[in-house]
Write a protein that binds this ligand. Structure first.
Ligand code: PHB
Ligand code: FE
Length: 318
């Protein structure tokens, strides 16, 4: 049995980093200094980093600590993307084999997430992350991310969500129509045409801030998601992402990727479209549950092309 602290939690040493939690806080120690976050925010961010396989580019848990995906290896850092930390030489970065860091992050998420707390859930729909160690919530933290091979609803692919499958309509989406499209197929094309009601699908999402791959055409990934409260990470893009606000409203704080200097505050209402450039970090606020379509370009060469200046950081020049 691993040693536990007074609050009942395990501590973790990962390379030069040490992690521990108590009733309210996560503490991170690098060889250059100490950092502290609310364990609520820390676990919500850790859950995304784990479930998304370190995601595209930078996953900043806050303005100081985070990970930088190099797709095979991953950097873990403190203060690397913070001007003040860098200026005073307190920034620290270490590179890990992705599988190794993932294993350690999974173990930490497993031990630190207590019974009743779901890091994917909106705050109003879950129990507390605070307090001393009580049980686990493995059903929540090990959810399989939806990753359609072609499209949700295609036979043999990711299924639609239903009451029977344990996905009731969310309280904020009681007015969303649940009828499915009628499909009339020309003879000879049976088995080749599919359609589903995306709004009904999203109205039944049990998680927040968790884009799921709902349709795929080569490198074009449609990743809709339902949002409520705060995106738990400040995402530093390594490519352009498009946002289409499908319902309600989200406000985005957009900052310079490297320094964190404010660049824009973007309020998106239903129907609004925005392109998030490749040289920014962003964090969204959704006052009530809303639907957002994130459109990702999964082409593996993009981060290199952008870093070398061979592809633009923004898709449109005005
Ligand atoms: C993003 O960083 O672009 C992002 C991540 C998760 C979401 C929405 C947007 O739910
Ligand atoms: Fe992003």
């Amino acid at each position: 049995m691993a040693e536990t602290n007074q609050a009942g939690y395990q501590s973790f040493t990962i390379g030069g980093f040490e992690f521990r939690r108590d009733e309210y806080f996560a503490y991170i120690r690098s060889p250059k200094g100490d950092h502290q976050m609310s364990v609520d925010a820390f676990l919500r961010a850790l859950q995304r980093d784990v479930a998304w396989g370190f995601f595209y580019g930078l996953v900043n848990f806050d303005t100081i600590f985070g990970t930088f995906n190099h797709y095979g290896t991953v950097d873990m850092f403190m203060g690397r993307f913070n001007e003040a930390f860098r200026a005073s030489g307190l920034d620290y970065n270490e590179t890990f084999d992705s599988e190794h860091l993932m294993k350690a992050f999974r173990a930490m998420l497993d031990d630190w997430t207590i019974e009743g707390f779901d890091p994917f859930a909106a705050p109003g729909e879950t129990g507390t992350p605070f307090g001393s160690k009580r049980g686990h919530n493995r059903a929540a933290i090990n959810r399989q991310r939806v990753a359609a091979k072609r499209m949700v609803g295609v036979p043999g692919d990711a299924p639609r969500r239903t009451d029977e499958a344990g996905f009731p309509v969310n309280r904020h989406f009681a007015d969303v129509a649940q009828d499915e499209p009628e499909i009339e197929i020309e003879p000879g094309f049976e088995g080749q045409v599919a359609a589903f009601n995306l709004f009904a699908y999203l109205s039944r999402s049990d998680v927040t801030w968790n884009p799921s791959v709902c349709s795929v055409v080569q490198d074009s990934l449609m990743c809709p998601t339902s949002e409520e409260y705060i995106l738990p990470i400040l995402h530093g893009n390594d490519r352009v992402e498009w946002f289409i606000q499908l319902s309600d409203q989200i406000t985005w704080d957009v900052q310079d990727k490297n320094t964190g200097q404010p660049r824009a505050r973007v309020t998106m209402k239903a129907g609004d479209v925005a392109a998030m450039p490749a040289d920014i970090r962003h964090q969204g606020y959704s006052p009530k549950r809303s639907m957002l379509l994130v459109w990702e370009n999964a082409a593996a060469e993009l981060p290199r092309l952008i870093a070398e200046g061979k592809a633009p950081t923004a898709p449109v020049a005005f």
